[in-house]
Design a binder for this molecule. Structure first.
Ligand code: NAD
Length: 281
């Protein structure tokens, strides 16, 4: 079997098209306010790209830059100010924060209804309770990609590799809500291959190159690769790969998402969708 591609570029383009229509037909402007602290190069590049992505769908992007020396009080003050402003409906926090500033403490200050990355514990709690909430974008992306294959999730056996608060755990909860049989695994899990071989769906979110090999996947499975790893090949060239050995696994699976071009672009699309949901709610 040669797997079909779960193409994150195609799926995310469809999501963005729908957002453009929603934004055009809405009476309210849609705006995203992002807080960026310090001069981290990757965060700045990410913010620049985000500004372009937002502009392309009609979202007004406002970047609030705070200096490298900003304290917890400065950052918290800015977040709390954004919480109170009526025109601000979608807020996100770029990482990293300066050394010594507790990221989770700042994230928990973002008003839950404006928290488009779904990082406030209140939103994670709402995911568990199945209440309407803003769900972490990567988890939403992974689940949308599984659903795009048309697989019946109710009763399906899903093995999730990785159990972080922002990726693996919310994916597990979303799939439990879909009434799948969910097995959550982590770096202490014994005999991972014995579990993955029984899975109808595998979600790899560990950040370990080549963790999922061909002989760990049953014929016809759906495999979604969340991992992002930088590897340097023999010629010294740096490339991005996931946690799944794509060549081996695509010989067994029915569906597989690539890295790059899989969960990454879909995560960006989910952030835009959360922004539109928060703005138009
Ligand atoms: P994390 O380091 O917080 O958590 C990793 C999890 O994987 C832990 O639960 C750990 O126990 C588990 N794990 C590690 N080695 C394992 C092994 N050998 N077997 C089973 N489980 C193992 O990482 P994270 O923030 O959850 O991110 C996971 C991966 O997803 C990383 O590669 C990250 O870069 C990527 N990521 C991608 C996106 C995206 O948009 N595509 C977004 C966020 C994270």
């Amino acid at each position: 079997m040669t797997a079909q591609l779960i193409d994150g570029k195609v799926l995310s383009a469809r999501v963005r098209e729908k957002l453009v229509t929603r934004i055009k037909s809405s009476m309210r402007p849609v705006r995203l306010d992002a807080v960026l602290v310090g001069n981290d190069r990757s965060a700045s590049i990410y913010a620049e790209n985000q500004a372009k992505t937002c502009a392309a769908v009609g979202i007004d992007y406002r970047l609030h830059r705070l200096p490298e020396g900003a304290t917890y009080g400065d950052i918290a003050g800015r977040v709390l100010l954004l919480n109170t402003e009526e025109d601000v409906r979608a807020v996100m926090l770029h990482l990293p924060l300066p050394a010594g500033v507790d990221v989770e403490r700042v994230q928990s200050l973002i008003a839950p209804e404006k928290d488009v990355e779904g990082v406030n514990p209140a939103n994670i709690g709402n995911v568990v309770y199945g209440r309407r909430s803003l769900v972490p974008c990567t988890a939403l992306a992974a689940v949308e990609m599984i659903e795009s294959t048309g697989i019946e999730l109710r009763g399906a056996r899903v093995v999730i590799i990785g159990a972080s608060n922002i990726v693996g755990k919310p994916i597990a909860v979303l799939l439990m809500r879909a009434e799948a049989t969910v097995i959550s695994t982590n770096k202490f899990t014994r005999e991972l291959a014995a579990l993955t071989r029984t899975a109808d769906v595998i979600v790899a979110a560990a950040g370990v190159v080549n963790l999922i090999r061909g002989d760990m996947v049953k014929a016809g499975a759906v495999v979604v690769d969340v991992g992002i790893n930088r590897v340097v090949d023999a010629d010294g060239k740096s490339t991005t790969v996931g946690d799944v050995n794509f060549a081996e696994v695509s010989a067994h699976a029915a569906w597989i998402s690539p890295v790059p071009g899989g969960v990454g672009p879909m995560t960006v699309a989910m952030l835009l969708r959360n922004t539109v949901d928060a703005a138009l709610r």
